[in-house]
Design a protein around this ligand. Structure first.
Ligand SMILES: [Zn+2]
Length: 119
């Protein structure tokens, strides 16, 4: 969430705001500690514009950029195939023939779960 001025109270729950350095997680990866204003009550985190720019830079350095892309479903025999981008393939170190589990979470959200262990 983005802020332009100093916060004293959380806009979500009116809880007390404290300045902290906290680890910023992006797609399950810790990209470093950054200054943030954290609500003591609900845990909501607020970052200043300059901090958000630094977070973006850190994410790019770790190759966590461009992992989202728009694509179309392609016809493959009687099935439909989803194309993954090069960034997405590199991120998960995915290989051709790798086993994945595909299931719908809802009518407009499907999950592709990699079956091999990726640690
Ligand atoms: Zn709050």
């Amino acid at each position: 969430m983005l802020i332009k001025m100093k916060l004293n109270k959380c806009p979500e729950c009116e809880g007390e705001i404290k300045e902290k350095r906290i680890s910023y997680m992006l797609i399950g990866i810790d990209i470093g500690k950054f200054p943030a204003l954290v609500c003591e009550k609900c845990g909501e985190q607020f970052y200043e514009d300059t901090t958000l720019e630094k977070i973006d830079e850190a994410a790019k350095r770790k190759g966590l950029w461009g992992l989202e892309h728009k694509t179309k479903l392609n016809v493959l025999g009687n099935s439909l195939a989803v194309r993954l981008s090069k960034n997405q393939i590199n991120f998960g170190n995915l290989k051709k023939g790798e086993e994945v589990l595909v299931y719908p979470e809802s009518k407009n959200k499907y999950v592709i779960e990699i079956q091999g262990s990726k640690t």
